[in-house]
Design a protein around this ligand. Structure first.
Ligand SMILES: [Zn+2]
Length: 131
């Protein structure tokens, strides 16, 4: 039952209990105040949950570097593996102008795979680390 439904029930009960108009008005004001507070807390909770989700997606500061096929991957705080691939020479993120050419680094490193191979590589790492 939502806070709004509980408030409506409380007002209905107050009317049928034969309470005076002053008491009912006071109860209605309190219920409105509480409903506003519930709405505010629900909004704050949703915002905090979104922040938690965002933080869990970030790489861990102490994340172990996962070496695979000659490059490095980082594990996120939530345990998943970040889909950014890092250079084994200078640790910068690799990039690719196209999915059909190998990924490269500004230092000159050329990876032995293409950007479209990354999901498969992440699956391989997950299978290896699970075993
Ligand atoms: Zn590099």
């Amino acid at each position: 039952m939502s806070a709004a439904n509980i408030a409506k029930d409380a007002i209905r009960i107050a009317h049928t209990a034969g309470l005076s108009k002053d008491v009912i008005d006071l109860l209605e004001r309190k219920i409105t105040l509480l409903s506003d507070q519930v709405t505010s807390l629900e909004t704050e909770n949703a915002s905090l949950q979104a922040k938690i989700d965002q933080l869990e997606r970030e790489p861990r500061d102490d994340a172990p570097i996962l070496k695979h096929r000659g490059v490095a991957f980082h594990r996120r705080k939530d345990g998943s593996i970040e889909d950014t691939v890092y250079c084994p020479k200078c640790e910068s993120p690799l990039f690719s102008a196209s999915s059909s050419i190998p990924m490269t680094c500004h230092c000159g490193f050329v990876a032995p795979f293409k950007v479209r191979d990354i999901p498969t590589m992440i699956s391989e790492i997950e299978a290896e680390t699970r075993a």
